[in-house]
Design a protein around this ligand. Sequence first.
Ligand code: SF4
Length: 206
Amino acid sequence: MLQVIEIFASLQGESSYAGRPCVFIRLSGCNLRCNYCDTSYAFEGGEWLSVEQILSEVEKHNIPLVEVTGGEPLCQKESIQLMQALVDNGYQVLLETNGSLSIAEVPAGVVRIIDYKLKGSGEGGSFAEANYQLLREGDEIKFVISDREDYLEAKQWVEARGREGLNLLFSPVSERLQPELLASWILEDALAVRFQIQLHKVLGIS
Ligand code: SF4
């Protein structure tokens, strides 16, 4: 059984999949406390559902792309079985994780979107280094940037550790850093990353 906050369909707001219809499964619980968190309602509570019950909810939306998110979905061990079941049922599966817990057990076929925590989040240094070796082609590293200091930290990571096949995403923390400013820094440095803003927030949807 998994503790589930909500299951809903929306447009994917971030990542290389932005703009695509997607079913979101938001699991309860998080081991971090980022100072810009907009999903603190997912820290606890939710309804206990079996993998089968979740699958049947997802099926109702008739959308092939599914994201398992939180909170931090890997806090619940059974999230692994859930992702496996989604893959086995032919869904394209994304996992949004804060990178602080091991991704070793995440099933093949799942795209891992790692929200790499920078200093400005208040949870800098939480990335589990062992995860770096486990990254595979198509995985994504998302840097949510609060200020110039965060930008420079993210840039340094990209230059030192970015590699072929990894999608690197830079986005501003909303109401903290002007998107135009971040875009100008990326251009100035001709950094090989993808700028993005939270599309769902621009559209005013979940
Ligand atoms: S990891 Fe995500 S859900 Fe957890 S506190 Fe940070 S932003 Fe919120």
